[in-house]
Ligand binder design. Structure first.
Ligand code: ZN
Length: 288
């Protein structure tokens, strides 16, 4: 089956996740730079926004002609005490309200791994589902979709006990069994986290059939990877067949932007902002 990919030389389909620039500049500066560089979308992080006027930032994004696919990201849900768990849920409710003020299409959930001091992975996963159920309610009330982002299993100990697309979609089906044409609960699919999964293609097709693909993140897997968190590669520099994955996503009906998200403390975060934005656009057009 051939599936002509959409043309990412058209910047409107390109999204800049602000982590790619290393959070070195104020968000308003970054918004303007991203718009000037011809991107069509921007996904900011809470550290860019909290402590500032979210509605004003949202207006600046809109006025710059950008859309905001996903506000990053949740406070980790698992905790060893009921009070700790409730506090984590509350923190996320506030962030989802900010997502609404920003005009974000979705709130990206990186759910957390086993709670500090715990070895109970199953309990962490139950808390994630319970917390997501509560946050889904709030998302519906304020008009923000919840995007569960499964992370590579190397993060199960700290960042995420949600590790495969199938696992995330099972939660979606349990919590939102009758999603309709525009579901409030779905997934953000990140190449970096899903590329290794032998069931990836099936998961993407399943997500697309339920119209649950709320985000598509791209970067590359470097060999060797020198840091588990902060050594992601720019598209084209590693071993992920990104166009193949994008083909699966687009064949599944996804029409949103591709979002570049590169955590790279020793390489890309050291480079000039304009250089990074220019190379992102080039790599979108050529190797994504
Ligand atoms: Zn991601």
């Amino acid at each position: 089956m051939t599936n002509p990919l959409r043309d990412l030389a058209d910047g409107r389909l390109c999204c800049l996740n602000t982590a790619t620039l290393g959070h070195r500049e104020p968000i308003l500066t970054v918004i303007d730079a991203v718009a000037r560089a011809g991107f069509g979308a921007i996904s900011p992080w809470r550290r860019d926004v909290e402590g500032h006027d979210a509605a004003a930032i949202g207006r600046r994004i809109k006025d710059a002609g950008l859309v905001l696919p996903g506000y990053c990201r949740s406070t980790y849900l698992p905790a060893t005490t009921p009070d700790g768990f409730r506090a984590n849920v509350e923190d996320n409710r506030r962030a989802i309200s900010d997502a609404a003020s920003l005009g974000a299409q979705s709130f990206v959930m990186v759910v957390g791994g086993v709670a500090e001091g715990s070895k109970d992975l199953d309990h962490a996963r139950r808390q994630v589902e319970d917390g997501t159920a509560r946050l889904l309610e709030h998302g519906r009330e304020v008009g923000v979709r919840i995007a569960l982002e499964p992370l590579h299993p190397m993060y199960a100990g700290d960042r995420s006990c949600l590790n495969t697309l199938a696992q995330a979609l099972d939660i979606c089906d349990r919590l939102d069994p009758e999603p309709g044409p525009d579901p409030w609960l779905g997934v953000a699919i990140d190449c970096y986290h899903c590329w290794w999964d032998p069931d990836r293609a099936a998961g993407i097709a399943r997500a697309g059939a339920a119209r649950r693909i709320l985000g598509f993140h791209v970067c590359d897997w470097l060999v060797p990877t020198k840091d588990l968190l902060l050594d992601r590669g720019m598209m084209g520099d590693g071993v992920i067949d990104i166009p193949a994955i994008r083909g699966e996503i687009e064949a599944a009906g996804y029409q949103g932007p591709a979002e570049v998200e590169v955590f790279s403390a020793n390489d890309w975060w050291q480079r000039d902002r304009e250089e990074v934005l220019k190379i992102c656009r080039e790599r979108f057009a050529t190797v994504t």
